[in-house]
Design a protein around this ligand. Structure first.
Ligand code: NAD
Length: 480
């Protein structure tokens, strides 16, 4: 497949039509493994956005009135198409984002699971009857679709992040205008194609690209839009939340993280190092829940660091479409520059380099899997999300001290711990300030489980029953 693969020409998808922007402007899409331009992406101007807004406004009453059973049929039809096309969609994602094809194809399958699960869950958007104290009066509570959604998704998981937003919103009965990341546009367009081919009515889904700040401010200010969903950095999330506040519009915000990992003295060190390295270097570390700050008990620090560094050094880096690649390039040149700065700064503050620490020579945004040891709190990387293939360690010896360190930052997305003790597992799960916690486990993403953060990592959840709730409003009807 990869021999014959051609990256598809991206389009806007507005009111059921696949088309170029009416202004004719385009942006280049680059392959991060080579730096080459692989496509020209059409961008939407205000007239295009107005058309998308008119489309969702018209589609809302129709889609809301479509039974949950029929909405589920379309979502499940799209899921079947995504499974058939997973390898192709994987190649699209890898070409524009860089990750190994095994990861990107698995993500296309994961999108199918997400569509299917939310399709099913829509049929369980139950209300309730509340017993009345007056005879003959009924108190009824209904769950209804909130209305047209404006969604904004990033480049790191260009299929699964849009899939979560689309599946939950569409399942709930909400039409959507989504602006995926311009740097990796093809993946979300494949989701739209599957939904279109599965019979989604025209106008229920619209995909636009352009200048992110212009598109988000225009859509969020429109009275047509009733709900905002954003995944990206905390700084942009705060900005969009302020815009949404002007119209009192609810938001779901999946923002940055800086996940602590606590390795206790009694942990299975080999297992902890293997699992944590796999979680850290997946998608070249460009994951908001990637384990980053490793607090390792003094008695096992060196053994853990050596095992983790071994896994890092063994990882084969290369183009994502090449067989045997364990880690692809970073998605864009900004991340490469960030790695250089973070690591230079940490080494300047006295950190040791146990693995990696630099990029290989040559084209593409490649960086070696890196482990920095004994990094002080004063280093930038201990405070800012690295969003790349670098992990850092500090030693600890006391439970309360390590909890303070783990909770020190304004982030609260994911946190991890490794221990063989059930008591320590329960105590640390209680003590960590995070929306998601992995204990002797690092896979926190499933359609059926809640995904979201606390503190400045955002609010709202994108998986599980909470994911559907985000697109529903509660209506109470008293009938005498
Ligand atoms: P960025 O903050 O400029 O962009 C992140 C995403 O937000 C991109 O998809 C971008 O198109 C979008 N965006 C930016 N400004 C926007 C606006 N005004 N309205 C709507 N969308 C907007 O930074 P970047 O260089 O692309 O990524 C850097 C940082 O972003 C990373 O270090 C990481 O902290 C964060 N990030 C987080 C996630 C996540 O999954 N939570 C994903 C990607 C990036």
């Amino acid at each position: 497949m990869t021999d014959t693969f051609e990256y598809p020409q991206p389009r806007l998808f507005i009111a059921g039509a696949w088309r170029m922007g009416s202004g004719g402007d385009t942006l280049p899409v680059l392959n991060p493994a080579t730096g080459e331009t692989i496509a020209q992406l059409p961008v939407a101007n205000q007239a295009d956005l107005d058309e998308a807004l008119a489309a969702v406004e018209m589609a809302f009453p129709i889609w809301k009135a479509t039974s949950a059973y029929d909405r589920a049929k379309i979502l499940k039809g799209a899921a079947a198409l995504l499974r058939e096309r997973a390898r192709y969609i994987g190649a699209v994602t890898t070409s524009e984002q860089g990750k190994p094809i095994a990861e990107s194809s698995a993500e296309a399958f994961a999108c199918a699971d997400i569509f299917e699960w939310f399709g099913e869950e829509a049929r369980r958007a139950y209300g309730r009857i509340v017993p009345s104290k007056q005879p003959g009066v009924r108190h009824m509570v209904f769950k209804e679709a909130i209305g047209p959604v404006a969604a904004f998704s990033p480049w790191n998981f260009p299929t699964t992040i849009p899939a979560r937003k689309l599946a939950a919103a569409l399942a709930a009965g909400c039409p959507v205008i989504i602006k995926p990341a311009e740097e990796a546009p093809g993946s979300c367009l494949e989701l739209a194609r599957a939904l279109d081919d599965a019979g989604l009515p025209k106008g229920v889904l619209n995909v636009v690209f352009g200048q992110p700040a212009e598109i988000s401010s225009y859509l969020i200010a429109s009275p047509v839009i009733r709900k905002i969903s954003f995944t990206g950095s905390t700084v942009v999330g705060k900005h969009l939340a302020r815009l949404a506040a002007d119209g009192m519009k609810p938001t779901t915000m999946e923002l940055g993280g800086h996940a602590p990992v606590i390795v206790f003295e009694d942990a299975d060190i080999d297992k902890a190092a293997r699992m944590a390295a796999a979680a850290k270097f997946r998608n070249a570390g460009q994951i908001c829940i990637a384990p980053t700050r490793f607090y390792v008990h003094d008695a096992v620090h060196d053994a853990f660091a050596s095992a983790f560094a071994g896994h890092a050094a063994a990882l084969k880096i290369g183009p994502g479409l090449e067989a045997g690649t364990g880690m692809g390039p970073l998605a864009n040149a900004r991340r490469l520059a960030a790695m250089e700065q973070f690591i230079g700064d940490a080494v300047g503050h006295g950190a040791g380099v146990a693995a990696g620490g630099e990029g290989p020579v040559g084209a593409g945004n490649f960086w070696r899997p890196t482990l920095l040891t004994d990094v002080p709190d004063s280093a930038r990387i201990m405070n800012e999300e690295p969003f790349g293939p670098v992990a850092v360690t500090q030693r600890f010896s006391d439970f309360d001290e390590v909890v303070r360190q783990a909770n020190r930052l304004p982030y609260g997305l994911a946190a991890y711990a490794y221990t063989r003790s059930a008591r320590t597992s329960a105590d640390i799960a209680d003590a960590l300030e995070a929306g998601m916690i992995g204990i002797n486990f690092s896979v926190l993403t499933g359609p059926e489980t809640p995904f979201g953060g606390v503190k400045e990592s955002g609010h709202g959840s994108e998986g599980g029953i909470e994911g559907l709730e985000g697109y529903l409003v509660t209506k109470y009807v008293a009938q005498g």
